[in-house]
Write a protein that binds this ligand. Structure first.
Ligand code: GCV
Length: 718
C-alpha cells in the first residue's frame, strides 16, 4: 500500500521541491539529480529503499533484483488471458496486473486470446482455452479448489496455464504462481498440481460487536460493525490475503457470542461482509449464542428438544440464508466459561449440536461445536474433562456436525501434548483449532513463530490405528475416513496498519494458511517463502531471519514454561506469575498446575495420579506414564518429580530448570542481536519497529527467568 520512494533512503526529496525561491532551471536540475539518486538507490537496495509499514504483508511484489531471472520471467509472461466467471476474473486480472508489474517492473498487457508467445492463461475447466487442452480428468480429480500450473503450446504459441475445475481453484493457482515468481522459482518446466488437505480452512475471529477483540493484540475489529453494511475497502485486502493462502471461510464474531449478532440488523451487516468476501472464495460463518431463542427470540426456554426452540432455529437459519445464500454455518461454544448450552436443560452436547445441524442442513450448512469444555464437576484434572464429555458421544452427532478441538487439552499453552480427543472419536469429524493470536505466547510483543509448534502437534503419532496415525492424518480425514474436514485458526488480525501488531506475527497468519492448505509443508519452507515475500530475497538475509524465527518458539518455552510446565501466567495471559492462585477458579491459577512443594514440582497425570495418560492410545499412554520414557519437554506436564530427579543430561531437575530458563533468556537476547545485525538489510521503518519489540522481549525473558527461578527456589531450597 505504502510502496513508493518516499522512505528513508530517498528522504528529503519532497522537501527540496517545496523551496519557493529556487529558480526553475536549478530546481529541474535538482529534481533530475534526486531522481537519479533514487533510481540508483532502488537498483542497489530495492527492498531497503521501499517505504514500508507492513500493510502489504507477503503480497508486496517487490521487484526481482536478479536481472537474468527477471528477463526469463518477462519472456515467459508477455500477456495475460483470464477466462473465468466475471467477479473472480476481475480479481485475478487485478492481482496479476499488480503482482507482475511489481515483480517484473513492467506492465504485462491483458490479451483476449493467446496471440503471441508468452501467454499466461488463467481459466476454469469450462473456459474455451482450458477445455481445449484436454485436462478435464486431472482438473476434476483436483476438485474446484485444486489447480494445475503447467506449460503448454496453444495454437503453436508458448503459454503457462493456471487451470482449475472451479473459480476458487483458478484464484488460488494465480496466487501460487505469483508466489513462485516472488520466491525465484524456476518456471521452465512447471508442473504443479495442488489440492487442499482440509475442506474448510477458516479463520475464527473473536471479535465483539462493540469493536473490541477478545485476545486481540492488533487493534480493533476489521469489520467496523457500527459502519456496516457500509464496507471498509480494507476488507478487500483482508480477503486477498486470505485467498492468497487458500483460506475459504471466516467466522465473524467471538465464540463468547452476543446473541444480537443473530438479529435482523446484524444479519444484514454480516451479509454485507459476505458479499465483499465472496468473490475471494471466503464464506462467512457466525458464532451462535445457544440462549438466543430466549434472549432475542422471546421464548421461555432454549431447550434443544423443545419443538418451539427447534422451530426458532430453523426459522433463524432460513432468515440468514435468505440474506447470505452461501452462509457457512454456526460455530458454538456451549457450556464453557459461562456460555449457555444444552446442559442448562440437562441435554447433551450432541442434543444441542444436532438441533442446530438440523436447522442449517437444508441449506447445506455445518455446525462446528467446540470441545473446549472443562466443567469442574467432571474430573479434578481440567485436562481430562473434554475427553470425558465428548468421547462417549461419538457416533451420535448429525453428519453436518464437526467437533472443533484445540490442539492441546488445556488452553493454547506454549507447549502441550496433543488433545486426546484426536483419534478417539472415529465416527465424528474433528476440526483442529489452532490459535494464531499469541494469547499465551507473548501477545504481539514477542516474536514467536508458531509453525514449529503446530507442526509438532500435527506430526505427533497418536497410534490410534497403529504407527503412523498422526494428528495430521486425523485432521485431514485420511486416517478415519471423515466426510468433512476442517481446520480453524483464531485470528490475530486487527485494525493496526500492519494487521497483526508485530510485523512477525503476520508470519503466523501466513503459516496457518499454508498449513491449512498443506499440513506436510515444513516450518522452514514456510518461513523461507514468507521471508522472501515479506522482507528480502538476499540469501544471507533470508537465512538470518529464518534462523531467528525457527528458534523463537523453543526460546519462548525455555524462558517461560520449560520441561512441560504450564500456565505460570497472570490473568492477562502475558505476565509471569507462577504464584498466581486465582481465587475464582482453581484451574485458572498457576499453583494448581505446577504443584511445587518441598518434594518437587509438576502435575502427576500418571495412573498413580490423575490418570490422564490413559486417555491416550498405547504406546503413548504407557510411555507417558513413566518419567523415563516421557519426552523431557513434557516431563512436568505428566509427572510430579523430586527436585533431585536426574535428567538425561545428568543434571538434577532443579539444575535443568535453571539451565532452560537461562538458555531462554540468552536466546531472546541473541534474537535481538541478530536483528540488530540486519539493519540496512531490510527497510528502516519495519526494522525499527521490530527492534523495539525485541528489546522488550529480551527484558521480559530475563524477568520470566528471574521470577520463576526465585519463586521455585522457595520450594526447592536450592
Ligand atoms: C474466547 C481461553 C481464553 C478465552 C477464550 C477461551 C475459548 O479461556 O482465555 O478468552 O474465549 O479460551 O477458547 O473459548
Amino acid at each position: 500500500m505504502a510502496q513508493g520512494v518516499a522512505g528513508s533512503s530517498a528522504g528529503g526529496a519532497p522537501a527540496a521541491f517545496s523551496v519557493q525561491n529556487v529558480a526553475a532551471g536549478k530546481m529541474a536540475a535538482i529534481a533530475i539529480r534526486l531522481l537519479q539518486t533514487v533510481v540508483l538507490a532502488l537498483a542497489a537496495f530495492p527492498s531497503a529503499a521501499w517505504a514500508e509499514d507492513g500493510y502489504d504483508l507477503w503480497l508486496r511484489y517487490a521487484p526481482i533484483e536478479n536481472a537474468t531471472q527477471r528477463d526469463t520471467y518477462r519472456r515467459a509472461i508477455a500477456g495475460v488471458v483470464v477466462q473465468q466467471s466475471p467477479a473472480t476474473a476481475a480479481i485475478v486480472s487485478k492481482e496479476l496486473a499488480r503482482g507482475l508489474k511489481g515483480l517484473l517492473g513492467t506492465e504485462v498487457p491483458a490479451w483476449t486470446s493467446v496471440n503471441g508467445d508468452g501467454a499466461l492463461v488463467v481459466g476454469t475447466a469450462a473456459s474455451p482455452i482450458v477445455s481445449a487442452l484436454g485436462w478435464g480428468m486431472v482438473l476434476k480429480e483436483l476438485g474446484p479448489e485444486g489447480f494445475v500450473i503447467r506449460g503448454a503450446q496453444i495454437g503453436g504459441r508458448r503459454a503457462i496455464v493456471v487451470a482449475s475445475a472451479g473459480d476458487r481453484g483458478a484464484l488460488y493457482g494465480t496466487f501460487h504462481l505469483l508466489r513462485l515468481l516472488s520466491t525465484g522459482a524456476p518456471i521452465a518446466r512447471l508442473d504443479v498440481r495442488e489440492t487442499p488437505r482440509h475442506q474448510l480452512r477458516l479463520l475464527n475471529h473473536w471479535d465483539n460487536l462493540n469493536g473490541s477483540i477478545e485476545r486481540g493484540y492488533a487493534g480493533r475489529s476489521l469489520w467496523k460493525w457500527e459502519e456496516l453494511p457500509a464496507i471498509d475497502p480494507r476488507l478487500h485486502d483482508y480477503a486477498r490475503a486470505n485467498a492468497s493462502l487458500g483460506l475459504n471461510g471466516t467466522v465473524l464474531n467471538n465464540v463468547n457470542a452476543n446473541a444480537r449478532s443473530l438479529t435482523a440488523e446484524y444479519i444484514a451487516k454480516a451479509a454485507a461482509v459476505a458479499n465483499a468476501l465472496r468473490p475471494y472464495g471466503l464464506k462467512v460463518y457466525l458464532s451462535a449464542n445457544f440462549a438466543a431463542p430466549t434472549s432475542i427470540g422471546g421464548l421461555a426456554t432454549a431447550d434443544p428438544l423443545d419443538p418451539s426452540v427447534q422451530k426458532w432455529w430453523k426459522d433463524k437459519a432460513a432468515e440468514i440464508y435468505k440474506a447470505i445464500p452461501d452462509f457457512g454455518g454456526f460455530l458454538v461454544k456451549a457450556n464453557s466459561e459461562g456460555q449457555p448450552g444444552p446442559q442448562d436443560y440437562k441435554r447433551t452436547h450432541a442434543d444441542g449440536a444436532n438441533m442446530l445441524a438440523d436447522a442449517v442442513k437444508p441449506h447445506g450448512g455445518v455446525v462446528m461445536w467446540r470441545a473446549f469444555v472443562y466443567d469442574a464437576s467432571v474430573d479434578p484434572d481440567r485436562t481430562k474433562r473434554a475427553y470425558m464429555e465428548f468421547v462417549p458421544l461419538d457416533g451420535t452427532f448429525r453428519d453436518n456436525v464437526i467437533v472443533q478441538t484445540k490442539n492441546g487439552p488445556l488452553d493454547f499453552m506454549p507447549r502441550e501434548p496433543y488433545h486426546p480427543v484426536f483419534g478417539a472419536m472415529p465416527k465424528t469429524p474433528n476440526a483442529v483449532e489452532l490459535q494464531i493470536t499469541q494469547e499465551y505466547l507473548g501477545h504481539s510483543t514477542h516474536l514467536v513463530y508458531l509453525a514449529p509448534m503446530w507442526k509438532e502437534f500435527l506430526d505427533t503419532d497418536t497410534f490410534v490405528k497403529g504407527p503412523g496415525s498422526t494428528v495430521a492424518k486425523i485432521a485431514d480425514g485420511t486416517l478415519q475416513g471423515h466426510r468433512v474436514t476442517a481446520i480453524a485458526g483464531v485470528a490475530n488480525t486487527g485494525s493496526d496498519q500492519n494487521w497483526t501488531g508485530h510485523h512477525f506475527a503476520a508470519a503466523n497468519w501466513y503459516a496457518f494458511g499454508r498449513l491449512a492448505w498443506n499440513s506436510s509443508l515444513t516450518s522452514e519452507a514456510i518461513a523461507g517463502e514468507w521471508i522472501q515475500q515479506t522482507w528480502s530475497r538476499a540469501p544471507e538475509t533470508v537465512q538470518a531471519i529464518s534462523t531467528l524465527m525457527l528458534g523463537s518458539r523453543e526460546a519462548f518455552v525455555n524462558y517461560t514454561m520449560p520441561l512441560g510446565l504450564h500456565h505460570l501466567i497472570g490473568g492477562d495471559h502475558y505476565a509471569v506469575m507462577p504464584e498466581n492462585d486465582d481465587k475464582r477458579r482453581l484451574d485458572w491459577s498457576a499453583t494448581y498446575y505446577h504443584r511445587a512443594d518441598a518434594k518437587g514440582v509438576g502435575f502427576d497425570r500418571t495412573r498413580a495420579g490423575s490418570g490422564a495418560v490413559d486417555q491416550y492410545a498405547r504406546p503413548n499412554a504407557d510411555r507417558w506414564n513413566d518419567p523415563r520414557t516421557t519426552p523431557e519437554n513434557l516431563l512436568l506436564w505428566f509427572h510430579h518429580l523430586p527436585w533431585d530427579y536426574r535428567l538425561k543430561s545428568g543434571q538434577t531437575l532443579w539444575q535443568g530448570l535453571v539451565a532452560h530458563y537461562q538458555k531462554g533468556a540468552e536466546q531472546a537476547a541473541a534474537m535481538e542481536t541478530a536483528w540488530t545485525a540486519l539493519k540496512g538489510a531490510v527497510d528502516a521503518e519495519r526494522h525499527a519497529a521490530v527492534a523495539e519489540r525485541l528489546r522488550t522481549q529480551t527484558t521480559d525473558a530475563a524477568a520470566w527467568r528471574d521470577k520463576c527461578l526465585a519463586y521455585f527456589a522457595q520450594f526447592s531450597g536450592r
